[in-house]
Design a protein around this ligand. Sequence first.
Ligand code: SF4
Length: 189
Amino acid sequence: MATILSAQSTDVNVNRVTPELFRKYPTVADFAALTPEQLEPDVRSTGFFRNKSKSVVGAAKKIVGEFGGQVPDDMEKLLTLPGVARKTANVVLGSWFHKADGVVVDTHVTRISRRLELTKNADAPKIEQDLMKIIPLEKWILFAHQLIWHGRKLCFARRPKCVDCALENICHAGDKTWTTVEVHKNAKL
Ligand code: SF4
């Protein structure tokens, strides 16, 4: 539920909402018993709350009705849930089930993969395919966590802190703020 809510939002925002949300609705059956309209006030602050309410309630109904009340640990089945595309499915599979079926591609992974020239693509499905070819499978889960952390701490979209970055000497990003190596003007956000 939290991963569905995190679309187009920040983790801080989602984490503000979820403690009360899960206190109010502690089981998937509780969510499945709601109408989207009933959920809307609880998730309003995460943005796009009408669509998210529909997705959360729809996913809960499907989990209860078709998957025996258990979130499936299978990519194909996860992708049948409303509000779940590959990124959400990869987060759930990797972080909860410890299964590497793909690589999480969010805004941080996209930006940093492009800056580090691990991909030239701009859309998530193609970036994921590029990363799956060059990152060893056993590192897929950790790799995405590392890039997301790096993006939050240093490699910001605007004014990355290149002077503090351990990857600086292998990064040729065209939008670096400080460099000791030649930059490649197309390697950027
Ligand atoms: S050197 Fe700068 S742009 Fe490159 S990865 Fe580090 S923080 Fe990001």
